[in-house]
Design a protein around this ligand. Structure first.
Ligand SMILES: [Zn+2]
Length: 344
């Protein structure tokens, strides 16, 4: 298993998020990568490669130019206008009926236009981390494109909540979507994205909703109870040419492995019927029992079984790291998906 990783994410640290009535350290933190690397090494998964530097051309196939400018300039513009901060997020959100075209030097208006919640704060190192996640993902994707059977893009920040011009939910660039588009641009006829993060991949869904060349499947907590609340329902099946190429499999709070595996097998059947050239696996393990932002009850050994089902698809597979915030078991949970896959 090729693992692509860079330390360049580490400056995206110290950010604060709201939990209840308090500001607390953001659950999406640099330690996540450290515990995953340690657990991978313990399991003998040590084939770690540095990413190659990429420009923004591949990201621009998915994301709007003004949005990319926003991500790059958000923190410097904020600091210039308001001073240093560990909680740079919008104070207002673009409301319906407003023009929603911000001046590109007005950071408050830009935050309002280009974010959808308060869970994608900017700090000084955020842009470097965003760029490193892009480099890591594209380098891993290129390995798979060139014939490597499977590769793991071990990166943060995650991406699946980000759409073409909106950041949110710890996500800025949609790494998995950018990789899927790269596969298409490099000649893949069909790409499947399977999102097993606890939360619905609203950004990925939105990006590919009207397309039939990228199948999107998400297993997640029901939007009746769970973030992002207004998307991820079972009757969202795609639009136009994309009708039938979006599959949401929401599950209730407290879901355990038997129910989860049933949904995963349904997802696998849909992937098989689609017969993609390559699979992009949005790998979140915040389905773990006790994850601070999750609501399912998967146990650490269960992740082996997830990996085995994914392996059963028999496809070239790019794993892209998404969520998972229970730090102590995080490394083993991720490792189990990969070792289950390799054994499967
Ligand atoms: Zn998540």
């Amino acid at each position: 298993m090729k693992i692509i990783y860079s330390d360049a994410h580490k400056g995206h640290a110290g950010a604060l998020e709201m939990r209840g009535e308090a500001f607390v350290p953001m659950a999406e933190c640099p330690e996540r990568m450290e515990v995953i690397l340690l657990a991978l090494a313990d399991a003998g998964l040590r084939d770690v490669h540095a990413p190659k530097a990429h420009g923004l051309a591949e990201a621009a196939r998915i994301h709007a130019p003004d949005f990319l400018t926003f991500l790059e300039t958000a923190y410097p513009l904020w600091e210039k206008r308001h001073g240093p901060s560990r909680a740079v997020f919008a104070r207002t959100f673009g409301m319906r009926g407003m023009a929603q075209k911000p001046q590109m030097d007005n950071i408050d208006a830009m935050l309002s236009a280009f974010t959808f919640d308060i869970f994608s704060p900017f700090v000084r190192g955020t842009w470097d981390a965003i760029r490193s996640a892009l480099d890591v993902t594209l380098t891993a994707a290129e390995m798979v494109q060139q014939g490597t059977r499977e590769a793991f893009a071990l990166c943060r920040p995650p991406g699946h909540h980000a759409s073409g011009d909106l950041a949110g939910g710890y996500c800025y660039l949609n790494n998995a979507a950018i990789a899927a588009q790269m596969f298409r641009d490099q000649g893949a006829a069909r790409v499947a994205i399977l999102d097993i993060d606890y939360h619905h991949g609203n950004g990925t869904q939105r990006i590919f909703y009207d397309r039939d060349d990228v199948l999107f499947i998400s297993l997640h907590g029901r939007p009746e109870e769970e973030y992002p609340f207004l998307l991820g329902f079972g009757d969202e099946t795609g639009a136009g040419r994309g009708e039938g190429f979006n599959l949401n499999l929401p599950m209730p709070p407290g879901t355990r492995i038997d129910t989860y595996l049933h949904a995963l097998q349904a997802a696998a059947a849909r992937v098989r019927a689609y017969a993609p050239d390559v699979l992009v696996l949005s790998l979140g393990v915040d389905t773990f029992d006790g994850d601070p932002v999750g609501g399912f009850c998967l146990q650490t050994p269960d992740y082996l079984r997830l990996g085995q089902v994914i392996a059963g698809l028999g496809l070239p597979t790019l794993f892209v790291m998404e969520g998972g915030y229970a730090i102590a078991p995080l490394g083993q949970n991720v490792t189990n998906v990969l070792t289950g896959y390799l054994q499967g």
